[in-house]
Design a protein around this ligand. Structure first.
Ligand code: PHE
Length: 490
């Protein structure tokens, strides 16, 4: 409609002088006319020139005076020829009209205001303020003096009006046909394509963002850790098969010399399975040796001296650490002629924990172990130094700790240059003979091992301070799409 109006008018006339007046004439909103002019100007159907005009607009206060008269006029009219008491006048007019009105009326010498009495000074007055405001409202040109006075009293404010004057452009035609954007089967068949005007290519247009899979920040960090594990000089790590979230208590705890009354084996800390609630298969001869070492010791150990129960070992659970997998691997290793091994894994573990900024009920562990003859605590510290210096943490401290399955045990602390403090980065130790001997590993074989969470270093690397922003159902998918490549160290 608006487009037809503009093009139709220009067919018979030289120029649209003012888009605002044109809009009023045609009964179309100025906004609509302006949009059409812009679009026609873009395809050079018309030639549009900007018009900018400063116009005066009534303020809210100005509008009430234009409707009710200026306060000074209202005040004058409220004073009868015989005069009136000041208090009475104020009551009649209200505080604000009385206050402004009396100031202006005194200035205009319209009234005289005594201490208690107000009387007229002029016989007749005109409300010029209202007249000027009405004029401005009707877009009639007011004189400069009035404008200055109204501006000073903040009854009017300037408003910039933008419009166009419009002439025919080089591509002018009385009707604009929308250019075709596609060659279709229909217009090919009908031959219409010969007459069609096609829209030009816009080589600067941005294409659709490419949709595709995105690696989660944890996966990116995981890849980096795998590279580190595989790249430690001279030694090659093998990945452990961690594809069983469900584990028996036996491999998760008993094989690791964790006594059956240990608090971690409580349902407050561990998720036990309802269905199937127990495991069906355990290596019976080995189970017997584990029972022995728990109950009465051996290999220089006194054991825990309690009644070890098979039912407790049979209970299925969601593994609480990937050390459950390490115990399976070492048991399998012990069955063959001895061979030194380096193993690692990075996978999910589960703990029945209250969820907060730093804890989730499921997270990922990085596990590593080296099994060889004559390894010492010095070897463990050396490997950890090597491992963590590749993460940019070459400053390490070890704190004695306790795990049922390692002796000695060490918590690992790294000095974080960014955070300027020591942060706990992992747990480690040498597996106990009570764990290794029942498996059947030779007497002189020792195993050094360590474990850490994948989430903690990832949070530090990506500057995330709430673990729920990194992993779980509250993760922002936008973050997954846009997070940068993970670079550890360097
Ligand atoms: N399993 C331990 C944990 O969950 C980590 C660990 C692994 C400690 C190997 C010592 C040796 O915290």
């Amino acid at each position: 409609m608006a487009e037809e109006a503009v093009l139709g008018f220009l067919e018979k006339n030289e120029e649209i002088k003012n888009s605002g007046e044109f809009a009023v004439e045609k009964g179309i909103s100025h906004e609509e006319i302006v949009n059409v002019i812009k679009s026609l100007n873009g395809s050079r159907f018309v030639d549009a020139q900007d018009i900018k005009k400063e116009r005066w607009q009534l303020t809210a206060e100005g509008k009430t005076y234009a409707a009710n008269g200026s306060p000074e006029f209202q005040l004058f009219m409220a004073v009868p020829p015989e005069g009136i008491l000041r208090v009475e006048l104020q009551k009649k007019l209200g505080d604000s009209v009385f206050k402004i009105g009396s100031q202006q009326a005194i200035k205009n010498k319209w009234v005289e205001m005594g201490k208690s009495q107000v009387s007229r000074k002029a016989a007749h007055v005109d409300d010029n303020v209202k007249a000027a405001l009405v004029k401005i409202n009707d877009r009639e040109a007011p004189n400069q003096e009035d404008i200055d006075a109204l501006k000073r009293r903040k009854l009017i404010s300037p408003q910039v009006w933008k419009g166009y004057s419009v002439k025919k452009g080089p591509n002018y035609a009385p009707k604009r046909r929308k250019p075709a954007t596609d060659l279709t089967r229909e217009n090919l068949q009908s031959g219409e394509w010969k007459e069609l005007q096609f829209k030009e290519y816009n080589f600067l247009a941005k294409g659709f963002p490419i949709e595709g899979g995105h690696l989660h920040a944890l996966l990116k960090a995981r890849i980096q850790f795998i590279n580190i594990s595989l790249n430690i000089p001279l030694i090659l790590f093998e990945e452990m098969p961690t594809n069983n979230y469900v584990e028996s208590s036996f491999w998760n705890f008993d094989a690791l010399f964790q006594p059956q009354q240990h608090p971690a084996r409580d349902s407050h800390d561990t998720f036990f399975l309802k269905e199937p609630s127990t495991t069906k298969m355990l290596p019976e001869d080995y189970v017997e040796r584990v029972k022995q070492i728990h109950e009465s010791g051996g290999h220089g150990s006194r054991g825990y001296v309690y009644d070890w129960k098979r039912e407790e070992a049979n209970k299925n659970l969601l593994r609480t650490h990937t050390t459950a997998v390490s115990s399976r691997m070492l048991y399998a290793l012990a069955k063959k002629p001895f061979e030194a091994k380096r193993y690692y894994s990075i996978d999910r573990v589960f703990r029945n924990e209250a969820v907060d900024r730093t804890h989730l009920a499921e997270f990922h562990q990085i596990e590593g172990l080296i099994c060889d003859r004559g390894l010492s605590l010095g070897d463990l510290q050396g490997v950890l130094h090597d491992f963590f210096s590749r993460l940019g943490m070459s400053n390490l401290r070890f704190k004695p700790a306790y795990n049922p399955y390692t002796e000695p045990s060490m918590e690992i602390f790294g000095y974080h240059e960014g955070l300027k403090k020591w942060v706990e980065v992992g747990n480690s130790g040498m597996f106990r003979p009570e764990m290794l001997r029942p498996m059947g590993l030779p007497e002189d074989v020792t195993v050094i091992a360590w474990g850490l969470s994948l989430e903690r270093p990832t949070m530090i690397l990506y500057g995330i301070d709430n673990i729920r922003d990194l992993f779980g159902h509250k993760v922002d998918l936008g973050l997954i799409k846009s997070n940068p490549i993970c670079r550890i160290g360097l």
